[in-house]
Design a protein around this ligand. Sequence first.
Ligand code: GTP
Ligand code: MG
Length: 646
Amino acid sequence: MSSKEEVRILLVGDAGVGKTSLIMALVSEEFVREVPAKAEEIIIPAEVVPDNVPTHIVDFSYQDQNEEDLVEEIKRADVVCIIWASNDEDSFEGVTSVWLPFIRRNTEEDQRTPVILVANKADLIEYSVDEAMTPIINDFPEVEASISSSAKSLKNITELFWYAQKAVLHPQAPIYNPEEKELTRSCKAALERIFKICDMDNDQILSDDEVIVFQRKCFEVPIQPHALEEVKQTVQSHLADGVDIRGPNYGFTLKGFLFLMELFIERKKIETVWTVLRAFGYDDKLLLRKDVLEPKLNVGVGSTTELSHEGVQFLTSLFEKYDEDCDGMLSPTELTNLFSTCPRLPWGPDVNNTVVTNTSGWISLQGYLAQWTLTTLLEYKDTLEHLAYLGYLYHQDSTLSALQVTRDKKIDLQKRQTARNVFRCHVLGPKQVGKTAFLQGLIGRNLRYVATLNREQLSKFTINTVQVYGQEKYLMLHEVDVAWSDMLSPTETNCDVACLLYDVTNPRSFEFCARMYMKHFLDSRVPTLIVACKVEHPEVRQDYNLTPKAFCEKFKLPPPQRFTCIDKVNRDIYVKVATMAAYPNLKRLVHMLLVHQNPVWLEERLSHLKDAALSNDKRLIKYGIGVVTLAGIGFLVYKIVEKYNK
Ligand code: GTP
Ligand code: MG
């Protein structure tokens, strides 16, 4: 497979060197004495070319064309053959004094068009011109190959065009330095990444099983055991530490793998190396192709992006692969190794304060998956790009299978059920109210611990799993800064639930919550929770015409939730927030849950009422509660409501 859809070969050179004759000789397989100044453009269909890429052959002649045409053709060409006549000194001079500089001037420096040097009319001389061409090859890296030919004796005609084609489809310059007889730096880096991806058990050795998978991925044909054995022996005979012979994992080391690739190139099998590189998504500049990094995904306005089961599985196995000491945590070194196939570390130091870590700040599997969930929710393109770098495509056709797009929230609301797993909560409150503490509480940190953290590295986000009716859901908290003008942008109000925080010790703080609620949430369908912070202190009277409790009653909000986090953080509040986000229609249910704050009480009710639940469906409908979604839970609501109304 090549990144090119067609190859355009242009022939240039001084007048009379035999350009048109070479093209005619290729087409008619004989020397044509009478040729026009310029041959018509020839298209060789894909079926008859080795790499199945249609090939255009384009002649140029100053007899028919001018310099403008030449510039135009050079820009369009994928490869240029500079022809000179072996018996004509001047035409040889022209290669370096005219043609190579002219081509350089008219192509981009970072994308130099490959050049093939062709010494034509070989039938007219009796000596080799190879030596004359060597210094040019050394001075002009864009020269991929040189060849001598004769249109008259039909020498090397097909070869010349094959070289040209190969220079486009399997160029040497990006991957190999012939002077040093060495792979280029970027090629080594690409192959090292490939090695890491293929080394699935992370033991720095490609075992036979791993080579078999690699072979199938790149070449789509199985490798025979004896062939594999032979390759290993060849590598080992040249390079003692190219193959690791210790223990049961007898296989290629990275050094041996790189050496094997060099061997292919030296044995004129450069296409083999390109096949490997392209199978892993590289383009001609040895960068991952755009279609690999940025596959198209349609995400509607009301939808969000989450990791799919496949995505979670891949990321989990990656975590396990790099958790070398199997302690369930990624140490800084392990984290760096995990991302060593990516061009840069995707997570800044604030990740340690965004998700669950141990006390040294090392990320647990739970935290790691939560961080990926956050990235996928906020910047799914980042997730897709990194999955590609991390080797997701080694086992799957597209990174898109790692993601799922949720149904439009409007439909969720209509149908009163949601399949979403990630909910977004925006946290607002006046300065110093305790927003950061509230965010950090979600990842199990109390205020004493938060006080030890570097404030610079605190994040505006935290995310963790929360149990909502026995199901694991992700709750993401986002601290939203409110400008002086009280304005919030649409993205700042776009959330599944909002928490408005006030400080029980600051009499002026509730007014902020009330104002925010009236301005931004009263008319929206976003469930809102008022949170009273710092309740370990005595509560002062708020300077507002309604008490927080009365305010909530007036606007049919759940009563203010009391929150403290000095030592022990009560996780119940996060469960409540997530529940409100997951079941926004069930205001009454949520309200009830919040009134009866004792979860034991709920559990008891739940077990008592479970049996009777099945027979009460009709009444549930009467109460307008999502029967389909909640089944047993719906019944519980009904019963509670009934009890409450008595
Ligand atoms: P312009 O179109 O004018 O730029 O020339 P060209 O490069 O297309 O050269 P063309 O193919 O017209 O050939 C010029 C002359 O060289 C003709 O008389 C050809 O027959 C002759 N010629 C071309 N190739 C060979 C060759 O390999 N050996 C010999 N002996 N003569 C050749
Ligand atoms: Mg011609």
